[in-house]
Design a protein around this ligand. Structure first.
Ligand SMILES: *[C@@H]1O[C@H](CO)[C@@H](O)[C@H](O)[C@H]1NC(C)=O
Ligand SMILES: *[C@@H]1O[C@H](CO)[C@@H](O)[C@H](O)[C@H]1NC(C)=O
Ligand SMILES: [Cu+2]
Length: 374
């Protein structure tokens, strides 16, 4: 980016801005709190804490590099969670994100997938996911802004009539600030193991990940800066309790595993080895010096010209400011832009290299973003 050569680095600034992108840090099911897998803390703890959420330590807090790959299921290089949360059908689930950038406008989506006997030993890309909740753009307001205003949290209801059993709950935010470009949509998924209790019988039909989100879906390849009046949330409509769907090949598993409810999370010795994403190849271009990503305007050229004429007004949000000269951005906006440029570079590199990414280099690039001082 333009300002890189003049950038000074400081360790202090890194501490201040290290949370510019968010992860889910806590989940509450009714009144039960669970700490989520903490990507910047858990790997350095001894022993590494066991969680109900699948970890994605190599992937940082950025978006999934390519949402058409297995990384879309439970985030990049996800490893099985050791614990399981007991959850009543009909419970309220609240997901607490550490922080969410105001520029990252988009929907929130949550799915369930029946795992059969044990979510800790499944390959989550083989499961069938039914959506239980989503929210996007209503009355001119993005749900992402409401989430920020609501303590960076989002609540939803586990459908009352879901059959008891072991499920992965898959929750995600989608940021659309770069979605005008193919693979520019930024998904931030996470998964947790839950054991649902209750007397329901519904086993709704689901969809698969990867596969459900296509590069050219209306809600995925979309320019949100161009007078958007409505927005189509990606994926299926959410299952609503009482709509009576009970067709699933997991029905037998769900019933057979429903009798052994535990009161506390259950530790597991087995781990699912997911081979897909452990890679050695580097991103084609070092992430922190991704100049080509910056050269591309943050919106198609036609609206960029319009933005120039209203440069003063355009600084009201980081996203709008990105359309104007980088020199008009303040420090936190520059850091956010630096992170987004890396994300775009990752997506481009991955679509060229067939999925191989060196995440240690990505993290080094992100660290440099956080260390910008002016
Ligand atoms: C806000 O979220 C944090 C977790 O990120 C939680 O500890 C705190 O209790 C929440 N505050 C309220 C008022 O819900
Ligand atoms: C940077 O600018 C944005 C948009 O005007 C503003 O919301 C934010 O508070 C500013 N941050 C700092 C650190 O000045
Ligand atoms: Cu971002």
């Amino acid at each position: 980016m333009k300002s890189t050569s003049a950038t000074k680095f400081s360790v202090l600034a890194a501490a201040t801005f290290a949370a510019a992108h968010g992860i889910v840090s806590d989940i509450k099911f009714d009144n039960d709190w669970y700490t989520s897998s903490l990507v910047y803390q858990d790997p350095y703890a001894n022993p590494v804490p066991e969680r109900i959420t699948w970890s994605f330590f190599g992937s940082g807090n950025g978006p999934v590099a390519d949402f058409t790959t297995k990384d879309i299921v439970c985030n990049g290089n996800a490893k099985a969670a050791a614990l399981v949360a007991d959850v009543k059908a009909g419970a309220t689930a609240t997901f607490y994100w550490t922080v969410w950038p105001e520029s990252h406008k988009g929907p929130v989506m949550t799915y369930l997938a029946n795992c059969g006997d044990d979510c800790r030993t499944v390959d989550p890309s083989t499961l069938s996911y039914f959506k239980i909740d989503h929210a996007g753009y209503e009355n001119g307001e993005w749900i992402s802004d409401k989430i920020i205003a609501n303590n960076n949290s989002y609540s939803l209801t586990i459908p009352e009539d879901i059959a008891p059993g072991n499920y992965i709950i898959r929750h995600e935010l989608l940021a659309l600030h770069s979605a005008y470009d193919e693979l520019g949509a930024q998904f931030y998924p996470m998964c947790a193991n839950i054991k649902i209790s209750g007397s329901g019988t519904a086993n709704p039909a689901g969809v698969t990940f990867p596969g459900t989100y296509k590069k050219d879906d209306a809600g995925i390849l979309v320019n949100i800066y161009n007078g958007l009046t409505s927005y189509q949330i990606p994926g299926p409509e959410p299952y609503k309790s009482g709509s009576g769907s009970s067709t699933s090949d997991n029905a037998a598993d769900a019933v057979s595993s429903s009798s052994s409810a535990a009161k506390t999370p259950v530790a597991s010795t087995s781990a699912v080895e997911k081979s897909a994403a452990s890679s050695t190849a580097a991103v084609e271009k070092p992430a922190a010096s991704s100049t080509s990503a910056v050269e591309k305007p943050a919106a198609p050229a036609t609206s960029a010209a319009a933005a120039k004429t209203t440069a003063a007004a355009a600084t009201t949000t980081a996203a709008a400011a990105a359309k104007t000269d980088v020199s008009t951005l303040n420090l936190s906006q520059k850091i956010n832009k630096c992170l987004d440029d890396i994300n775009i570079a990752i997506a481009k590199a991955q679509s060229k290299n067939g999925g191989a990414i060196d995440f240690s280099k990505i993290e080094a690039g992100r660290t440099q973003c956080y260390q910008m001082t002016a």
